[in-house]
Unconditional design. Sequence first.
Length: 425
Amino acid sequence: MAERVRPRRLDEVAGQSHLIGEGKVLREMIERDQLRSIILWGPPGTGKTTLARIIAQETESRFVSYSAVLSGIKEIKAVMAEAETGHRRLKSRTILFVDEIHRFNKAQQDAFLPYVESGVVVLIGATTENPSFELISALLSRAKVYVLNPLSPENIVAILRRALNDPERGLGKLPIQVSDEVLRRLAIYANGDARIALNALEIAVALASGRSPVALSEADVEAALQKKILLYDKAGEEHYNLISALHKSMRNSDPDAALYWLGRMLEGGEDPIYIARRMVRFASEDIGVADLRALRVALDAADAVQIVGLPECKLALAQAAVYLSVAPKSNSLCTAYSAVAEDVQKTINEPPPLHIRNAPTRLMKELGYAKGYQYAHDLDEKVADMECLPESLRGRQYYYPTGQGAERQIKEILESIKERKRGRK
């Protein structure tokens, strides 16, 4: 049914008002037949193919459509050659719609460039993946990217109502009774994808068709869907968006948000060990020695994932997410190590000072190895007045503790050590 009730005019399209509302850029381009090469980027079921087909109906150009899943470079070159012939002889323009364009490799995408640049073809690419990562820069520079948003529950309810009332393409000939609440539940389950919502509606009607009248219930909808469809791709952009949301929620000391994003990842099928590894990293990067237990908590959660697996390990990860969220935060350890790594790369790598080198042989002692070394345990205050950095970095400070958590005490200890060293000098 999703195919049957697909909109045929711009006015039938639900959502995407930022692109096709009155006076908006894409509507103006279509209505004036002044289309330029574009990339339509958005989740499944948001109208990318629908918009391409409407363009095909309303434009005066020749329209060619094919899928990157089924076509190769041979087919691309054949279409380009035919378009070039038509452009030269008839002064006509070809609009080429490529669904799943991110599936084309670099060589296949390169094949479009001369024809797009010369104006022989107007390219409409549709993709669910971030064009920044999946399309070559040369193609992106020649095509405008338009972002399609997931449809709101209100958009999807409107689409479902239209399908229920349409006697020709939809279900309008059937005596179906369904409340707005049930349709809204279906819209929420569909998670912004109109195709899922329409197909589920058709299944739910089939399940209820034995009753008279055909009255759809929430149970029919749940039976048709089985489980809410989660927008999550472990290899795609959504994967990185959600782990970023989890990390930044914990950094902002927001345990509720952290639990929510953790749940989105786990219920979407993310590998729990990946989440555990990121928590271990977070414990050192964003907490460090401000809370010395944080790293242990993260490691314990990782151990729990390995020992008990799914679904039991979900609570261990939830426990770690809450602890890491409320722990005192400090990035001083991360900042310190970054400064060290930069100095290692940008300064000469001097050997350690002679006085802190071991001297296991007579020759090494004669060369000055270990000469002047002060054994800290022999000193009353356990701190020697001795430089341990290379000569070129003498006096360099990397670690600046904050006043958060345990670092408050560490800061006081370091100030005391520095004061004692200054006193001796």
